[in-house]
Design a protein around this ligand. Sequence first.
Ligand SMILES: [Zn+2]
Length: 439
Amino acid sequence: MTDDPTREATALLQDLIRNACVNDGRPESGEERRSSDLLTGYLEGSGLDIEHYEPQPGRRSMLAKIEGSDPQAPSLLLMGHTDVVPVNEDGWSRDPFGAEIVDGMVWGRGAVDMLNLTATMAVAFKRLAESGFKPKGTLSYLAVADEEARGIWGADWLVEHELDDVKADYVLTESGGFQVPTAQGPRLPVMVEEKGTYWSKIIVRGTPGHASSPYRTDNALVTAAEVVRRLAEFQAPVELSGTWQRLVQGLQLPDVLLEEEGFRDRIDELPLGMARIAYSCTHTTFAPTVIHGGTKTNVIPDRVDIEVDIRTLPGQSGEIAHKLLLEALGDLADSVEIESGDDPSSQSPIDTPLWDALGRVTERLCAGSALVPWLMTGATDNRFFRRAGSVGYGFGLFSQRLTFGDYATMFHGNDERVDQESLRLSTELWLAIAEEMVG
Ligand SMILES: [Zn+2]
């Protein structure tokens, strides 16, 4: 324990990185119990109520609360996940779990997704508790397991089984809050919406035979190649939502991105990273990602399975996604089988006290800045809480040292790292937002 919150957040982040709670999707991976215990040890003795939940051995989440004095007052939950995605060590210039500090940067898997925020939330929470913070509304901190594999042993499970404990009127979790420079000053994205998933498996059948006589055979692999080609080429219609329009205006992107006509021609004038985001924010997307098929070099394959990552826009049902999928497949739609799972999009309004409070706080912490609503193309634990009735935003606060481009490539990528000034800013953010929202 030091008097310097940034140093404390740095040390906590280093410990979380070194715990390497790598979630590869298997129920026995992650072992977040270690980081749950680490954070419990850190917060214990501050007079907080602390609870643990472990629906699967090792997959432990921790909830700490400062009870509000007025049960009617709005409550706020700060939520950070403790798991991280696997690494490919070959792509890293430093030990991904070494948590080295180099030139004011903390290196390691989870440095921006999202152990940085999980750590700074804990530091802010402990400071509030020790300062005798007596809020009107209840303030909670949830260090949650299994975010990286759909929250089955984490947020999804907690909302399903322990809603009374974890429910809050307002929820803050990853991501957002990187500074996007504009002529009018930095703009800070707030993730108010998330796309849904409509992950599908396409089963292509053929007729087995000896591969020494391939002429006019019904080869499932050859059909599958055409299916993949069609999926990759397919473009769903452009949808220019209200959030997209505010984003374009807020970031002062070219106006042509607000017109359906010409959108696709002009999108390539943007830097590639931004073009990708622009496309994903305005389209249901189709990405073929996995293919399995064939048994032996001399056998014509009779079955190939193709997995497609389909991401739906807010307001679009699985039914719409399915129609688009059939359109993409064209005349092959009738000859394949499709299995799909629908995890719909989620959204929160922006005319809320939390939006206003974030605006006031960030104006103080980041001179000349303004908030911009953003559609998150991936998914976070916010979706479970939004479905349970909470207003949930994805936000943090980063210094200008970490550009949007850095941030986007480090997410699940190589050489993930965060600067200590960003840790200072996000700690300040949580302290101020708690004061504004429940104080
Ligand atoms: Zn994350």
